[in-house]
Design a protein around this ligand. Structure first.
Ligand code: NAP
Length: 252
């Protein structure tokens, strides 16, 4: 892996799953990493922090609820005062509460939109002024292949991830002149706590595997390389794109 120099990445939802893998993977690549998650996930966050520090990098830990604008703004302010700058923002925090649309509760719809869409926007808004001042930065939004076409029992989640792809495209056009790139990653089924909600029985797992050209489920580690690529100069001319990382499940 290439060394990042004095680079700092901020990863939301970093207490476990994909967020933890990305935070630790970025520290292996030489980044210092600011990690955040809900207060209730402090134990997991501290485990992520220890793994980053074992790689010899600084880990700036902040609890924040991405759907709370004030919380986000003060947490990002604290990160900036400690780390001095943020080169890469990875908007990873998200929720999935499966339900068919006919009985979907208003509470689950609102929570999904508030965290997956509004929370992601709040994080961008909190970090952008410092990136604009430095005329540099890379934002990576974790969407989903569900946001491409939709999956039964995930209508609200799919709508939130389609919104993430659209916000990514529009934001990239608004901040490109500042030298800031904005891209999305659309994972397929990745084995995490969230992924297990989709996988269900062994038979369903075999079904999901059979849908992938690579005939396997995703591992959180599979996201590290694509995210490092989108953060680095190797992708200097890539912005406003949504990259599927799904083993060949979706071709949209
Ligand atoms: P995960 O294991 O459920 O981890 C998500 C983390 O985000 C949890 O620690 C969660 O805390 C936290 N979080 C939830 N609400 C938050 C909030 N309001 N503020 C801050 N943190 C919050 O999920 P994952 O599988 O790693 O997923 C990470 C991202 O990838 C999500 O955006 C997800 O939609 C996307 N994705 C996942 C898959 C998959 O198959 N796993 C596929 C496509 C896309 P709590 O547990 O306390 O809620």
């Amino acid at each position: 892996m290439t060394q990042a120099g004095n680079k700092v990445a901020l990863v939301t939802g970093a207490a476990r799953g994909i967020g933890r893998a990305l935070a630790v993977g970025f520290s292996e690549a030489g980044y210092d990493v600011a990690i955040s998650d809900l207060k209730s996930q402090i134990d997991g966050l501290q485990e992520t922090q220890a793994a980053i520090e074992r790689n010899g990098r600084a880990a700036y830990l902040q609890t924040m609820d991405v759907s709370d604008k004030k919380d986000v703004q003060s947490a990002v302010k604290r990160v900036l005062s400690e780390a001095k700058h943020i080169d890469v923002l990875i908007n990873n925090a998200g929720i999935l509460r499966p339900s068919t649309l006919d009985v979907l509760s208003e509470e689950d719809f609102d929570a999904t939109m508030n965290i997956n869409v509004k929370g992601l926007l709040f994080c961008c808004q909190a970090v952008l002024p410092s990136m604009q001042a430095r005329r540099a930065g890379s934002i990576i939004n974790i969407a989903s292949i569900a946001g491409r076409g939709g999956i039964p029992t995930q209508g609200h989640y799919a709508a939130s991830k389609a919104s993430v792809i659209t916000l990514t495209r529009v934001l990239s056009q608004e901040v490109g002149t500042f030298g800031i790139r904005v891209n999305a990653i659309c994972p397929g089924v990745i084995v995490t706590e969230m992924g297990r909600k989709v996988l269900g029985t062994e038979e369903q797992q075999r079904h999901w595997m059979s849908l992938a050209a690579l005939s396997r489920l995703g591992d959180p580690q599979d996201l590290i390389g694509p995210a490092l690529f989108l953060s680095s100069e190797q992708s200097a001319y890539v912005t406003g794109q949504a990259l599927n990382v799904c083993g060949g499940t979706s071709f949209d």
